[in-house]
Design a protein around this ligand. Structure first.
Ligand code: GCU
Length: 679
């Protein structure tokens, strides 16, 4: 195999000899009775994975002999049914049990689930245990997803460009579909199934109505047919003006009966192509996209019209809350709440409102979005961005799990202490049964899928956290490294160390202390805090950092934009006083004087110098740790990461120098002599 990263975490190479012997003794044969498409997938994966790792095929058996691995659901396998596993009661359709049991004096290993998807996920989990060298002697594991809709959002256009995509072109080859099925579609589905992702939105949120025409629906069907055996459903973005653009109507007003009928007919047509179609994702009245407000209606009117169309088929609508407009004088980070909060309780039960993790736009760090905890009657779907639009794109190594965890662990105080974002998301806080999470995909047609090899870790972490948000960043990193590189303790420890510090390193060299959106205009890559030219002011770095001769930061307290009022009082109190505000969010909420002392004893200017330099220093550390792995990692993947870390180090330095020199024009203070003096 060329070590180009194509195989992702599904490498299944022969494992270390001692372990191989042990596993071979423990898995003497496989009893797998199910024959649905999904279970056939599971079986193929299991047989291939074991053959790869153990170096020889494990035979199938019909008997319940000593050392047999029994796989299936009670419906599909008499043997599984006869085991009468009590654990199955609590698992739902997608959960699974891995257990070691003795029947008639024979030791059996069992992968069981109530339904096909659970069998598939159980098989992948079992393979993961072997790949990462776990003990399978006394298995006693029960696992079920905490969220239902675990969905990737592809911002892929029909011409194969990918909005904010940094890993090549779209993997959907629309031109040659439906006749030609790129084998990659299957590999994509396998990868997703292996981490529990069960849905994919194929098209960009800045939608093209053409996707809903028969010509494209045929292609969508072809993809859905490939994905179905992997437990993955297809969703599409719906362009709100489609009734006008492809339907020949004069209006797309959601209260117009003709428009409603058009969507009902269109939806029926979609379901004829894809009977298990998941539903629609919609970006409306944001950044120039059409929506219900064009007709004086609100977001609930728009969402409900589509919800009624998909409801008879069991579909859902994911309606995005990423809305803001330049015409509104209100602070951009307040606008989604202003629009959506009054609509709580007005959405149909099959609508999820999809909310980005923070109120601005996927910055290296943002406080959690105030809509979490503010719409008790509406299920909210989390939206994370795996493609690193503002995070160094496919050039910088940033492991995003710590960012996701920071948001999920944040306390909204909606129902008192402990009302975390995670509990809003998983429905437990308000008893919602419809739940979901979306990750804006970082996938393209690059050989290694994600451009930067470590981008794979973000895809992986998204899937694992979507399944179980209580997993830790460190635990997920350990799994990923074990499957991707090696399970040697020294490799695990070093790579994990690099990954776990990478997010904070980036925050420090890009936007420390709560700064945001000071990236280059439009492309969002390098530093440009000085940029003051754009068609709208809420795209301007200078609008976000508000540097002046007095200080730095955006006053969002009651004396400023009062974005703080959108949080519950306990949260507000944590952040409203600059002296006690978590310094990670300090400049997000406050305009702070340059000479203001911070908790470290350094004043704001000195702290800024400290943080930017700390970020660059972390990069040096990450580079030398990676260099130490040369003997442990194949030359191609080693060099790929090494070179990119070199670029990242240069660019971290660029960020530091550019930002400090620019902010210095306001602070008018020297960069302390202990730091490098940028020219
Ligand atoms: C960001 C991004 C856009 C994208 C938008 C969205 O603003 O830059 O390209 O369309 O988010 O999430 O809708």
């Amino acid at each position: 195999h060329a070590e180009d990263g194509y195989r992702l975490w599904l490498r299944f190479d022969p494992i270390e000899a001692g372990l191989r012997t042990r596993y071979t003794q423990q898995i003497k044969g496989i009893h797998f009775a199910g024959n649905s498409a999904v279970q056939q997938t599971a079986k193929t994966e299991l047989l291939q994975g074991l053959q790869g790792m153990l170096g020889k095929a494990v035979g199938e058996t019909k008997n319940m002999a000593e050392g047999v691995l029994v796989v299936g659901s009670p419906q599909s396998s008499e043997l599984v049914a006869s085991l009468q596993l009590p654990q199955l009661k609590t698992l739902g359709k997608e959960g699974f049990v891995l257990t070691t049991t003795t029947r008639q004096g024979r030791r059996l290993t069992v992968i069981a689930a109530n339904d096909d998807a659970g069998v598939l996920y159980g098989v992948f989990h079992f393979l993961r245990l072997l790949q990462t060298g776990q003990d399978i002697d006394k298995l006693d594991l029960v696992s079920a997803p905490r969220l239902q809709r675990r969905v990737l959002n592809h911002w892929d256009n029909l011409d194969r460009t990918v909005e904010r995509g940094y890993a090549g072109f779209s993997i959907w080859d629309w031109h040659r579909l439906p006749g030609y099925l790129d084998p990659r579609y299957k590999d994509y589905a396998r990868a997703n199934a292996s981490i529990g992702i069960n849905g994919t939105v194929l098209t960009n949120v800045n939608a093209n109505a053409m996707i809903l025409t028969p010509m494209y629906l045929e292609k969508v069907r072809a993809l859905a047919d490939v994905f179905r055996p992997y437990g993955i459903r297809v969703y599409l973005t719906a362009r709100f003006s489609a009734p006008v653009e492809i339907g020949g109507l004069k209006t797309a007003d959601p209260l117009d009966p003709q428009v409603q009928q058009w969507w009902k007919d269109k939806t029926k047509e979609v379901y004829q192509y894809v009977p298990d179609f998941g539903g629609f994702l919609v970006k409306a009245n944001s950044e120039g996209q059409p929506g219900p407000q064009n007709y004086g209606r609100n977001h609930a009117d728009g969402a409900n019209m589509l919800a009624d169309a998909v409801a008879p088929f069991g579909g859902i609508v994911m309606w995005r809350a990423f809305v803001y407009s330049n015409e509104t004088p209100e602070d951009r980070v307040k606008q989604a709440y202003t629009d959506f909060k009054p609509l709580d309780g007005k959405f149909r039960p099959n609508v999820l409102v999809q909310v980005k993790n923070g109120p601005l736009d996927f910055q290296p760090r943002e406080p959690f979005h105030p809509l979490f905890g503010a719409m008790p009657q509406t299920p909210l779907m989390m939206e994370y961005q795996l493609t690193q639009e503002y995070l160094g794109q496919a050039t910088h190594l940033v492991y995003e799990a710590p960012l996701f965890k920071e948001i999920q662990n944040a306390d909204t105080w909606a129902k008192g202490k402990g009302s975390t974002v995670a509990k809003v998301m998983d429905g437990s806080l308000e008893g919602h049964t419809l739940t979901g999470i979306a990750g804006v995909a970082n996938i393209g047609n690059d050989r290694n899928w994600t451009g930067h090899l470590f981008g794979q870790a973000n895809w992986y972490a998204f899937g694992r956290l979507a399944w179980d948000h209580t997993l830790t960043s460190s635990g997920i990193a350990t799994e990923w490294i074990g499957q991707t590189f090696s399970t040697k303790p020294a490799v695990l420890a070093t790579v994990r160390n690099i990954m776990l510090q990478s997010h904070e390193a980036m925050v420090n060299y890009m936007t420390p202390l709560g700064l945001a959106h000071i990236m280059g205009y439009g492309h969002h890559y390098g530093p440009a805090p000085w940029w003051d030219k754009a068609p709208r002011q809420d795209w301007l770095p200078v609008y976000f950092h508000k540097a002046d001769n007095m200080g730095l930061g955006f006053n969002r307290t009651a004396t400023g934009s009062n974005a703080l009022e959108q949080y519950h009082p306990e949260v507000r109190r944590q952040w409203e006083n600059p002296a006690t505000c978590d310094e990670r969010y300090l400049l997000w909420f406050h305009h702070v004087g340059w000479k203001q002392p911070l908790r470290s004893g350094r004043n704001l200017w000195e702290e800024l110098c400290f943080k930017y330099n700390e970020g660059v220093d972390s990069l040096h550390g990450m580079q030398s740790q990676w260099a130490g792995l040369q003997k442990e990692i194949d030359p191609d993947r080693f060099a790929h990461v090494q070179m990119l870390l070199g670029v990242q180090e240069q660019e971290a330095t660029w960020w530091r120098d550019a930002c400090l020199l620019y902010f210095q024009t306001f602070s008018k203070m020297p960069i302390p002599a202990r730091y490098p003096q940028p020219a």
